[in-house]
Write a protein that binds this ligand. Structure first.
Ligand SMILES: O=C(O)c1cc(=O)[nH]c(=O)n1[C@@H]1O[C@H](COP(=O)(O)O)[C@@H](O)[C@H]1O
Length: 271
């Protein structure tokens, strides 16, 4: 998907909501456990209930790998279901990969070619040659971790490196890499006050912003400091939406939560 197509969808739906499909079989409604593939049954219902107001879906790969082969099959069915039924929706494989070049190229093939995701999350720690193989793919997007939502972000990311915080170095240096126009960045909603500075360094890039809902980040602050003229944000919520109810009404409850977020987002979108 091109960035222009993503922007057009945001304006059409008046939403920049990304729903995180982080499925834990201990948390999904009990009646689904009787299904042949409970994880896919859950995802399908959540997707159908929220697609109207959602511009991106982000399955976190850990929640599928944890179930072995059935988990991987559920992931494939989920991405195929989105691509077939809602091809306009941007898809993110949240895999946080990063390795030497030839290995990175295989990760890129796995998520972009084999599974058919539009984007993948990647850690910047191993540097240029670990990220450029992802950037080679046309109309595919690499979402680099810049400033993450967790407390451990302060262990390294905000530390000084030659007079500048490491996350700022990540933003500046990655912009010099080949095909850097295919980059987006992760910035946690819990660190919204940093967004103003981040926008000075990457005014045009899309930012994936997880951490509202269960982690307590503020949508309003994210919009105030992080929005650019193309909106430039994908704000993710997983648990706050998908586990809104543990009963048979789980999909309706997820829709209600998604609608609430979309309504709040609409207020920030100007034509
Ligand atoms: O890359 C991510 O998406 C990510 C980065 C980050 O800094 N913080 C973060 O929470 N995430 C992911 O975003 C999702 C947040 O889920 P909820 O806290 O349930 O909304 C999880 O899949 C996390 O792995």
């Amino acid at each position: 998907m091109t960035t222009q197509e993503l922007i057009a969808q945001i304006h059409k739906k008046k939403s920049f909501l990304c729903v995180g499909l982080d499925v834990d079989t201990d948390k999904i409604p009990a009646h689904l456990l009787k299904e042949e593939d409970p994880v896919f049954a859950f995802n399908k219902a959540i997707i159908d209930a929220t697609a109207e107001v959602t511009v991106a879906y982000k399955p976190n790969i850990a929640f599928y790998e944890a179930y072995g082969i059935p988990g991987w099959k559920a992931l494939r069915k989920t991405i195929d279901y989105i691509n077939e039924n809602y091809p306009e929706i941007f898809t993110i494989a949240d895999a946080k990969r990063g390795d030497i070049g030839n290995t990175a190229a295989m990760y890129a093939r796995a998520f972009f070619e084999d599974l058919g995701f539009d984007s993948v999350t990647v850690a910047p720690y191993m540097g240029r040659d670990s990220v450029e193989p992802f950037l080679d793919f046309e109309n595919k997007h690499t979402i680099l971790l810049a400033l993450t939502s967790n407390p451990g972000a302060f262990d390294f990311q905000t530390r000084d490196l030659d007079g500048k915080a490491l996350y700022k170095r990540v933003l500046e240096t990655s912009a010099t890499w080949k095909n850097s126009s295919n980059l987006m960045y992760v910035v946690g909603a819990t660190k919204a006050e940093y967004l103003r500075e981040i926008r000075r360094i990457v005014p045009d890039s899309f930012l994936l912003v997880p951490g509202i809902g269960a982690q307590g980040g503020s949508l309003e602050e994210v919009c105030r400091y992080g929005m650019n003229e193309n909106i430039g944000l994908l704000v993710n919520s997983a648990r706050g939406i998908i586990y809104a109810s543990g009963g048979t009404d789980f999909a309706e409850a997820a829709r209600t939560e998604a609608l609430k977020l979309q309504a709040a987002m609409t207020a920030f979108i100007t034509e």
